[in-house]
Design a protein around this ligand. Structure first.
Ligand code: G3H
Ligand code: ZN
Length: 278
């Protein structure tokens, strides 16, 4: 099964009330591990590269092309998504490279400016057949709409979707980015309320801080795309740390990066089971 459009993974998942795992790629090993985990569980998956990861590498093309190559060789459907992009230029670059979707993040702007900027990106992406995820304006705290206390208003969410034409919406329902513990409490009634008010799939950011049963409940209440990054990096780093601690003479990078990759594969396979069994 080759690289597929994000839409072709997300739309059937909405109909079946399944969650879709969207996992962040920083190193090549992430892409390899995420696809291996998806193949083991027999589920489709979304690889996502954030603007921060692009900044880390200094350019999109090397890591983007590597992720595309891993996706094309997969035996399950795999889509490539650009995550938390604030630069319209990077959106254009991603579309040219062949990504299936983009999350355009104008959440730091006020509502009107966010709508204008997002609608512009939607017009460009839709002309190229690319799916667009966006989010509402910043509500408060350094983490914006994904601060634990932030909440999306269902009516405003519906108006935002209608004004921008976005294909999916990231919403604030109690999660927060980069949590190292999995004890965030999601407002499940709000998830259901937004899902009823909004005609597009909903996206949960900061899902690393949400425990398995709460992730499954969020999917049952209407959440579809589940973004997970930090949790996989915890697994990767713990395995690398153990490997290096066990052999202080180890210098072959394949040994410890390989251990990290195996740990991420195992966790992706497990998480995809949680999201599908919801
Ligand atoms: O966009 C990516 C996600 O929101 C990841 O957040 O690192 O807290 O899992 P996380
Ligand atoms: Zn996010």
């Amino acid at each position: 099964m080759p690289l597929v459009a994000t839409r072709s993974i997300v739309e059937p998942a909405v109909r079946r009330r399944h969650g879709v795992g969207a996992f962040n790629v920083i190193q090549l090993e992430h892409a390899e591990a995420i696809v291996a985990g998806a193949e083991r569980s027999g589920a489709p998956v979304i690889l996502q590269i954030s603007e921060n990861a692009v900044r880390y590498h200094g350019a999109l093309a090397p890591i983007g092309r590597a992720a595309l190559a891993v996706a094309r060789a997969a035996t399950v459907p795999v889509a490539l998504h650009l995550d938390h992009v604030t630069s319209p230029e990077l959106v254009r670059e991603g579309v040219e490279l062949g990504v299936g979707s983009v999350m355009f993040d104008a959440s730091a702007l006020d509502y009107e400016a966010n709508v204008r900027a997002t609608a512009g990106v939607v017009a460009h992406c839709h002309a190229e057949g690319v799916w667009v995820e966006a989010e509402l304006g910043e509500i408060g705290g350094k983490d914006g709409v994904h601060a634990a206390g932030a909440r999306t208003d269902p009516g405003e969410a519906a108006a935002f979707v209608a004004s921008t034409g976005v294909d999916a919406l990231a919403v604030a329902v109690g999660s927060s980015h980069a949590m190292l513990t999995r004890d965030a409490v999601l407002d499940l009634d709000l998830v259901a309320g937004i899902a009823a008010a909004v005609p597009v799939p909903l996206v949960l950011h900061g899902s690393s801080g949400v425990a398995d049963d709460n992730l499954a409940a969020a999917v049952r209440h209407g959440m579809t795309k589940i973004n997970i990054a930090t949790h996989l990096n915890k697994a990767f780093t713990a395995a690398v740390r153990t490997c290096l601690r066990e052999d202080e003479h180890l210098v072959d990078t394949r040994r410890y990066l390989g251990a990290g990759r195996t740990a991420v594969t195992d966790e992706v396979a497990r998480l995809l089971g949680v999201l599908r069994a919801s």
